[in-house]
Design a protein around this ligand. Structure first.
Ligand code: ADP
Length: 566
């Protein structure tokens, strides 16, 4: 049809394509043709716009599809039966298969059998709740190899009556999972190494302490029995042994603190009392160096929440150093309360500390005087241990020093207030051997497999006590059956599968025996051992090496307990 005839036809109203209203009143043919042309033009423009919008839409759809296909994450659309309604290229590549093998097929065939149930639950949960859900799954590639994915799914809300669909994004997390598994394995290995290290430390402690018990103990016996001109030799042997023991303790404590393996049992402690006792204990050492050691400071009780063993270690290190690094003058120790803090101050008139060295003073193995000609003993661990213990108990340590004039170390802990006198139980008093203490006539069974230690105990106790020496578990049972003992000293490591603790339980179970005072006797002398042995049923604990005065203290404690039980 020609253009003119079409226009003519349009003016009759038939096949009108224009959406605007045609004029209703009668118009001149020339006008009508003109208007018709205008409508025609408008229509063509609208059609053109429509086509270009359609092209744009198609273009952006294609762009979206490309993005969808190439996204770094696998996208899947599932229905409630896990049938795949759509999948992108990354999803196909993840499974290393062809699209036709995935699309409109059940997805379960790509799941590790153990994870199928979890996947079904995941999809159902999304459909039921409409909430976003996530979980980790193991998928199987076409060749059967497995890999991990993290899946996150949402519900596609459809208004028409089509199926309910779930859109899932899957990310390959195999590398992350492998790294996590490696980390777990590494952590296990590290924990095992730490366990071995602890065992090694405990064994090393045992292996060194057992012969040291002989060295220090027999040196003490010699000191008493040798003619005076040779006594100094025995003193030197004892001094060497004690120094070795001190070094061993420092290395063990440091290793335990480093491995975060130092267990604290914090309890309210009257620090004034504890510090005063320490000063009394160390005054003999100060006297040997012709120094005075004085306690100045509060006399009324001041409490802090502390681990008693750790506080003792801190005081030993700081007061010990003050004595060691003070050639003449005095050492002054005090406890003071200041606002909500309790301060322990250890002041000396000694060699002082160079200000360049001060910032490194708490670092391990740091010593101001190093090298072969260093004039002082020590391994440079005392202050490191001290600082770590102070930190562990929420305290703070500081130092002020003037070279050649002296140093002041201050340790601060949070002060415990609130009428503690009523709350805090009296600390068990461990009596010192009083001069008029009469050694009880006990019959003692000593079970110990080390010959030197056996002889040493016998030697140190013989004039006062009847001592029966036994070196094995079974012989101890026989001896105990055949006689009555007031006290038993049981070595823990008897070199057999059964320990001294097992033996104690057997002895306690024997019928018809009078109560006896049981002592764990061991070279496994770590700070937590005492409480461990007491909870295992022992009445007391004697770590090796030991001295005659340790044995006398032990006997005095035993006689006090036995007297109170009668
Ligand atoms: P050690 O005494 O075994 O060397 P420490 O860790 O106890 O190790 O002390 C580290 C160093 O700090 C010491 O070597 C010494 O140089 C210095 N030091 C510690 N206390 C004092 C003190 N009271 N006076 C002078 N120097 C001290």
């Amino acid at each position: 049809m020609g253009r003119a005839s079409k226009r003519a036809q349009d003016t009759s109203g038939a096949g009108n394509l224009v959406t605007d209203h045609p004029p209703k009143q009668s118009v001149q043919p020339a006008d009508a043709v003109e208007k018709l042309n205008a409508y025609q033009l408008k229509l063509e423009r609208q059609n053109q716009q429509l086509r270009s919008s359609q092209a744009e839409l198609e273009e952006s759809h294609n762009a979206f599809r490309q993005l969808f296909e190439l996204a770094p994450i696998g996208y899947f659309v599932f229905d409630k039966d896990s049938l795949v309604h759509d999948v992108n290229l990354t999803g196909i590549n993840m499974l290393q298969t062809a699209r036709r093998r995935v699309l409109h097929k059940p997805f379960l065939r790509y799941l590790n059998p153990e994870d199928k149930h979890q996947f079904n639950q995941h999809i159902l949960h999304v459909i039921e709740t409409g909430d976003k859900q996530a979980c980790d799954l193991r998928l199987l590639r076409n060749d059967g190899s497995a890999f991990y994915v993290e899946i996150q799914s949402i519900l596609i809300r459809n208004n028409d009556n089509g199926p309910v669909l779930v859109r899932s994004a899957m990310m390959d997390i195999t590398v992350r999972r492998q790294m996590e598994e490696e980390l777990i394995t590494e952590r296990e290995k590290a924990l095992q190494a730490a366990r071995f290290m602890n065992e090694f430390l405990a064994n090393m402690s045992h292996e060194i302490r057992t012969p040291l018990a002989g060295v220090i103990g027999f040196a003490e016996v010699l000191e008493e029995e040798l003619p005076s001109e040779h006594r100094e030799i025995a003193q030197l042997i004892a001094r060497g042994g004690n120094r070795l023991l001190h070094t061993l303790n420092s290395v063990l404590d440091f290793a335990k603190l480093k491995a975060h393996n130092h267990k604290l049992v914090q309890t309210p402690i009257n620090v004034v009392d504890r510090v005063q006792k320490h000063c009394r204990l160390l005054s003999a050492l100060a006297k040997q160096q012709k120094l005075s050691l004085e306690y100045t400071g509060a006399t009324d009780p001041l409490y802090a929440l502390l681990d008693p063993n750790s506080l003792d270690r801190i005081l030993d290190n700081l007061i010990g150093n003050a004595i060691k690094y003070t050639p003449e003058g005095k050492v002054t120790v005090g406890v003071f309360a200041s606002e909500d803090e309790l301060k322990i101050e250890i002041q000396d008139t000694g060699i002082g500390i160079n200000k360049d060295f001060l910032p490194q003073i708490f670092e391990p193995f740091r010593q101001e005087y190093m090298g072969d000609d260093r004039p002082y003993e020590g391994v440079g661990l005392g202050l490191t241990i001290t600082k770590r213990l102070v930190d562990l108990m929420n305290g703070n340590i500081s130092v002020k020093s003037d070279q050649d004039k002296g140093s002041t170390f201050t340790v601060a802990f949070p002060l415990l207030t609130n009428a503690l006198d009523q709350l805090v139980p009296e600390e068990p008093q461990v009596p010192n051997v009083s001069k008029n203490f009469v050694v009880p006539q006990y019959k003692m069974l000593v079970v110990e497999d080390n010959l030197e230690t056996q002889l040493l105990v016998k030697r140190l106790l013989k004039p006062n006590l009847e001592v029966v020496l036994i070196d094995s578990f079974d012989a101890a049972l026989v001896a105990f059956n055949n006689a009555s003992f007031d006290m038993v000293l049981l070595d823990i490591n008897l070199g057999e599968k059964r320990t001294g603790t097992d033996l104690l339980h057997k002895l306690r179970a024997l019928p018809g025996k009078a109560p006896f005072y049981a002592v764990a006797f061991t070279a496994y002398a770590l700070p937590t051992d005492r409480s461990n042995f007491l909870t295992q049923g022992f009445d007391d604990y004697l770590p090796k090496p030991f001295t005659r005065s340790d044995l006398m203290d032990l006997l005095q404690r035993a006689s006090l307990v036995r007297a109170s039980e009668m």
